[in-house]
Design a protein around this ligand. Structure first.
Ligand SMILES: Cc1cc2nc3c(=O)[nH]c(=O)nc-3n(C[C@H](O)[C@H](O)[C@H](O)COP(=O)(O)OP(=O)(O)OC[C@H]3O[C@@H](n4cnc5c(N)ncnc54)[C@H](O)[C@@H]3O)c2cc1C
Length: 432
């Protein structure tokens, strides 16, 4: 029976190296360098390129990809063990070539792209020399894609796109956008949209503004509010088949959600480490914070939450490896997606609180962690929608009863058991 929590010794050695490398070489970049997606930042490039070279030499570059795309093909379980380390650092995913949203964009280009599309867009993306943007959500609709309005019409040998997109992450740094647009309004909702590759320099692409998260200063955001005004791309810039937009989006989001969850383990552990350090370092009148029962309770609760979540993520990663089909693991991915923001939010909030005023200040990153937890509850679909997915999938495995009382009704069960065992039970036996 295969049920093993050990990591194979050679990979465990790699992970030890990653721990040390991320702590010593990469985490310092988080507090001095700008945005990892800005490939024009020469100062960052000069520091990061040699680190990326080291990662390649260790065979850990783009670990989310198979060998045919230049990755080691470790599978999701090994990737999870790596990503939970990378999740501690803002820069680490880019240093290791597996940063979202580029990783998800690369995945759909690899699965649905033509040879030409792969050469022009996928190769430089995998190489780490360009950034990309996934442009699907609209200002008036996000969670429900059937309400999207951005449209594309076929004109000669071009597609012409019109519409607005909201929260298109990294639009300002992207070399190309993957844009979902309605192409067949009369078709069934899930066949009515298609996916297009739009080079950033195409006339008619306008970033109305860059929206930031709550803790970011105005003007520093990287979530583009983008207008597409008569944007013309050649017909060969359709990704997949006409009407495939929804299927492609699902493929992209399945992997993306799990990869976010893997990194969230690392982020929550980082908050947890800070909580424990604070508890052991700060005095109250009666002694260290760590000696107080209420503090111990928070530490225990946080540890349990992180470990429970980690097991759910690892099992889901293992299932993806086993089935190699996100559809078969839909429920598990949705469960991970629902659990993720709560774990990070709970642990970050406790840590923030234990740090007192310092905790809410801009000298620690706990406020950012809490906002990021809320972000994880929205990006790739809000929690409520994923709960519906889980409930529907679970309920599909159950049957209603036709009887007045439920199947667990004790008097009914007792009666049935007495009848079944009538020949072996002593005469006149009564269970009551
Ligand atoms: C940091 C971040 C990065 C993002 N990056 C991208 C990106 O790169 N590209 C992109 O296209 N999009 C991106 N998004 C957008 C994201 O996909 C949407 O925010 C998400 O799908 C929700 O859509 P919405 O914001 O329009 O919220 P709405 O759809 O308006 O939903 C708002 C709330 O309404 C409730 N709700 C909605 N539908 C239901 C339902 N069926 N049942 C119960 N309650 C419901 C939920 O409480 C939900 O949180 C990003 C979002 C964030 C926060």
């Amino acid at each position: 029976m295969a049920w093993d929590f050990e990591v194979d010794p050679r990979y465990a050695e790699q992970l030890d190296w990653v721990e040390e490398f991320v702590r010593d070489e990469v985490e310092p970049l988080d507090v001095v360098l700008g945005n990892p997606y800005d490939k024009t930042d020469e100062v960052a490039n000069a520091i990061v390129h040699p680190l990326q070279k080291t990662v390649r030499e260790r065979g850990l570059w783009a670990a989310h990809l198979g060998p045919e795309l230049g990755g080691p093909g470790y599978g999701q379980l090994k990737l999870a063990l790596l990503n939970e380390i990378l999740g501690r650092s803002r820069w680490a995913p880019s240093v290791f070539g597996c940063q979202a949203p580029d990783s998800g964009n690369a995945e759909i280009l690899a699965r649905f792209g033509t040879a030409d599309q792969k050469e022009r867009y996928l190769e430089p993306l995998l190489d780490g020399s360009i950034s990309s943007c996934y442009s699907m959500t609209e200002p008036q609709a996000g969670a429900d894609p059937t309400l999207f309005r951005a449209a594309a019409r076929l004109e000669g040998d071009s597609w012409v796109l019109n519409g607005e997109k909201w929260f298109s992450t990294n639009a300002r740094y992207a070399a190309f956008f993957l844009v979902m647009a309605v192409t067949d309004p009369g078709a069934a909702p899930h066949r009515s949209m298609s996916m297009f590759i739009v080079p950033a320099e195409t006339p008619g692409v306008e970033i109305i503004r860059n929206v930031g998260l709550g803790y970011e200063p105005a003007g520093h955001g990287s979530h583009g509010y983008v207008r597409y005004d008569e944007v013309r791309v050649p017909v060969d810039h359709l990704l997949g088949e006409r009407g495939d937009g929804f299927v492609i989006a699902q493929t992209r989001l399945g992997g993306g959600r799990v990869h976010h969850a893997m990194r969230t383990i690392g982020r929550a552990r980082k908050a947890f480490d800070a909580m424990c350090e604070r508890a052991l370092s700060r005095d109250v009148r009666t002694g260290r914070l760590a000696t107080l029962g209420v503090v111990q309770e928070q530490i225990a609760e946080s540890w349990i939450q992180i470990e429970q979540f980690r097991l759910l993520v690892m099992r889901t990663a293992w299932l993806i490896d086993k089935h190699n089909d996100y559809k078969k693991v839909r429920r598990d991915i949705a469960a991970v997606k629902v659990a993720m923001p709560k774990v990070l939010s709970d642990v970050a909030r406790r840590t923030l609180h234990l740090h007192g005023a310092l905790g809410v200040s801009n000298e620690m990153d706990f406020v950012a962690m809490m906002v990021d937890a809320e972000m994880l509850a929205l990006a790739d679909g809000p929690t409520e929608v994923h709960r519906v997915t889980i409930a529907r999938d679970v309920l599909a495995g159950y049957q209603p009863v036709e009887t007045l009382f439920p199947s667990g009704h004790l008097p009914t069960r007792r009666e049935a058991a007495l009848q079944k065992l009538a020949t072996v039970l002593p005469g006149g036996f009564s269970a009551s």
